[in-house]
Ligand binder design. Structure first.
Ligand code: PLP
Length: 322
């Protein structure tokens, strides 16, 4: 395992904190939070753990350019742009949307990190544009490294396999881990780490934008593939992946009452900031499940904070939060 290329720049281990006031406000179970919003790179977030492995792979391939894509307020793109700056690489981001006269939130930071932003009108057009940019870069002699959406390749997922080892090393063994899942790398890494490092609790991903069945199949495949980087292949089946897609019906990035309440409860009981797209939605799901009695009162639930707070200051959301 030590031969896997990794550049250690994240601030690890991230803290695990009790949330006693939120626990009381919701009437149990005992709530903990793992602060991956504080991984240290440019406002932090879950992509930092993945980028430790992805940037190492890019460097090993002598890449001079990172290319990736995402939504206009992509945390993944902001973190990738920051990592590129830190390691002296160029960065091109393919974002869905249109040129913004006054960039806000993550997009503002992308420009601050000097990433080149290429706009495509529709989400579906991103793949072709990424390929085109990749080809052009290759021909120009600057070796490109294509960072997958959300950093969710088998290489990127390793970041979260080792995050489980880190949590166990902190003496933390919650009955449940709850977090927001989308491109699946965090989820896949966690279930892989669970198996490899022996964690006996349950790992429940609250879907941000994908139907449950699709997500489970994708996470199982990704975890299986990532396992080969650590040793003999472990075959994960979709049935053993826990995911809940009941909180994403409004669509990706659509801010609603659940997100607003979750952000407010975390802020006003614990002084902790969630984001409007991912952790707000994931926490809304967790809160609803608590109210439904899904968790036992004597269980411990760890909410894994995955970051994303710059989106609080995105024009799209800043006026909706309160
Ligand atoms: C990307 C992201 C997620 C989802 O992680 P995946 O590995 O893509 O499933 C969750 N929360 C935040 C804040 C993110 O930026």
């Amino acid at each position: 395992m030590n031969s896997i290329p990794r550049i250690r720049f994240a601030h690890l281990p991230t803290a695990v904190e009790d949330m006693p006031r939120l626990t009381a406000a919701l009437g149990g179970p005992k709530l903990l939070i793992k602060r991956d919003d504080q991984t240290g790179l440019a406002f932090g977030g879950n992509k930092t753990r993945k980028l430790e492995f992805l940037v190492a792979e890019a460097k090993e391939q002598d890449a001079c350019l990172l290319i990736t894509g995402g939504a206009m307020q992509s945390n993944h793109c902001r973190q990738t742009a920051a990592a590129a700056a830190k390691f002296g690489l160029d960065c091109i981001l393919v974002l869905a949307g249109e040129h913004q006269e006054e960039p806000t939130g993550n997009l503002l930071l992308d420009f601050l990190f000097d990433a080149d932003v290429v706009w495509v009108e529709k989400r579906e057009a991103r793949d072709a544009k990424l390929q085109e940019i990749y080809q052009t870069a290759q021909e120009s002699g600057c070796k490109p490294y294509l960072v997958p959406y959300g950093g969710s390749s088998p290489t990127g997922a390793l970041g979260y396999a080792f995050a489980v080892e880190e949590m166990l090393g902190q003496g933390i063994r919650p009955d449940w881990i709850v977090f927001g899942t989308s491109s699946g790398g965090t989820h896949a890494g966690l279930v892989l780490g669970q198996r490899v490092f022996g964690y006996g609790g349950k790992i429940l991903g609250i879907s941000i934008d994908e139907p449950e069945e699709k997500l489970k199949a994708h996470v199982a495949a990704l975890a299986s593939e990532a396992s080969e980087k650590l040793g003999p292949r472990i075959q994960f089946s979709p049935d053993e992946i826990l995911a809940n897609d009941r909180y994403c019906q409004a669509g990706y990035g659509v801010f609603g009452e659940g997100e607003r309440e979750a952000i407010t409860l975390f802020a006003q009981n614990e002084g902790i900031l969630l984001d409007p797209v991912y952790t707000g939605r994931a926490a809304a799901g967790m809160i609803d499940l608590i109210r439904q009695g899904f968790f036992k009162k004597d269980e411990t639930v760890l909410f894994w904070h995955t970051g994303g707070q710059p989106a609080l200051f995105a024009g799209k959301y800043q006026n909706e939060i309160l």
